[in-house]
Design a protein around this ligand. Structure first.
Ligand SMILES: C[S@@+](CC[C@H](N)C(=O)[O-])C[C@H]1O[C@@H](n2cnc3c(N)ncnc32)[C@H](O)[C@@H]1O
Length: 400
């Protein structure tokens, strides 16, 4: 085998070690980001050992160049959907408007490393207190969520204000310019650079279009309708993995407290609660809109049980201080940002192992191509496959 042929997906990221032709190791990415506002030390959150990916991308740099070109003074912007804090650390905006608890962790860490004024966070489920004349927006993956944000901005922005928006070409929907035009006003699609694209839209007098609101679908295993806010996972249909996991719930011993980790709209926990599997139910997710959707559904489906439910918006169970748990249900994320990746899921399995009480059980469903077996066997004593179909596998793991 040619030892200089790289078996990894991206030769600029993975380096083959001499004498080790079949294995490659990540080369830690440079953390020094050169921006028109100075050099910043930036880290991703969560970060792996020798993290191969940078904490910023070309779309962030396009936005920073544009703000610099416009000569906007500090604290005169609103940043929306920053990923790891590159925009907020450089611009020190009035606020960061985001859905993600992971982003807030990244921001906190990167603000500590690059001292300066603090940046308050406004969650996606609320509206920013003040909206200045320049909004700096990373285009999110979910278009209904973009529409939701644009509708709020359109209602609150003064005519003459500007929204600059950017994303990486491979993640951009062809509808972005049309949506900016529809909600905000005349829109320019600027020249692309380093596989990223910048748009700018000037708020004019046009009437604000109503934004995307709640999605709904009838969930047959629950025999009820579920609702979800625009950035919630599987807003309008039951996920195939969740369906397979739901089919395994019958026969589980009832417990005092059940945790629905990475809860999305709360479908797993609500089904288990409806079957009498727990007296108390904790919903946890890193997305503010997921937690809010689970709350909406819990109140709609079980209006007289509100005292039985609690909610945790955070990075898995990283800062969770509740008592050890007898039962956790988990349909973990299989993406890290835009790439299919099992790292996000493996971290959550480790969190479960730390927070289950001895003898407690984890039921987890995963895509067949993400093999959680080794991680489960490392952290749990009894691990078994309960069910599988063409795409998913359900595991039960017991803490020793
Ligand atoms: C595959 S979805 C499952 C949603 C829901 N349980 C279901 O079955 O439909 C994964 C969920 O994990 C959440 N998530 C991703 N990373 C997380 C983290 N570090 N901590 C908590 N939740 C996370 C996402 O927001 C998403 O709601």
């Amino acid at each position: 085998m040619n030892r200089h042929a790289y078996p990894g997906p991206d030769p600029s990221v993975f380096r083959l070690r001499p004498g080790d032709p079949l294995r490659y190791r990540p080369v830690a990415a440079d953390s020094l980001c050169h921006t028109p506002f100075g050099e910043l030390r930036l880290h991703r959150y969560p970060a792996r050992r020798d993290e191969p990916l940078q904490a910023w991308c070309a779309a962030d740099l396009l936005l920073l160049d544009e703000v610099h070109r416009l000569h906007v003074p500090p604290r005169q912007t609103l940043v929306v959907n920053d990923e790891h804090g590159a925009l907020s650390v450089a611009l020190r905006p009035l606020a960061l408007w985001t859905d993600s608890a992971l982003t807030r962790h990244a921001l906190r860490r990167n603000l500590e490393e690059n001292p300066g004024p603090d940046v308050p966070v406004t969650w996606s489920t609320a509206e920013p207190q003040t909206i200045p004349a320049l909004v700096v927006l990373r285009i999110p993956k979910q278009l209904p969520y973009l529409e939701y944000q644009l509708a709020i901005l359109a209602r609150r922005l003064q005519p003459g204000s500007t929204v600059i928006a950017a994303g990486m070409d491979k993640h951009l929907s062809p509808r972005v310019a049309e949506l900016l035009e529809q909600y905000i006003g005349p829109t320019l699609r600027h020249r692309g650079q380093r596989k990223a694209r910048l748009f700018s839209a000037s708020r004019d007098q046009r009437a604000a279009a109503p934004g995307a609101t709640l999605s709904r679908y009838y969930c047959d295993p629950l025999a009820a309708e579920l609702q979800a806010l625009p950035n919630c996972f599987s807003r309008d249909r039951l996920d195939g993995g969740s369906r397979l996991l739901l089919a395994q719930l019958r026969g589980i011993e009832p417990v005092s407290t059940l945790l629905d980790l990475a809860c999305g709209n709360g479908v797993l926990g609500l089904a288990a609660f409806g079957m009498g599997l727990a007296q108390e139910l904790v919903f946890a997710d890193e997305s503010a809109m997921a937690v809010a959707s689970a709350r909406l559904n819990a109140s709609a489906l079980f209006p007289s049980d509100s005292g039985a439910f609690s909610y945790w918006h955070g990075d898995g169970l990283a800062d969770y201080a509740g008592p050890p748990l007898p039962l956790i249900l988990l349909n973990p994320p299989f993406h890290l940002n835009h790439a299919v990746d099992d790292y996000a899921g493996r971290r959550l399995l480790e969190h479960c192992a730390r927070h289950l009480r001895p003898g407690g059980h984890l039921y987890v469903v995963a895509n067949q191509h993400l093999d959680y077996g080794p991680t489960l066997r490392r952290h749990f004593t009894r691990v078994e496959k309960l069910a599988r179909d063409r795409r998913f596998v359900v595991w039960r793991a017991q803490r020793g």
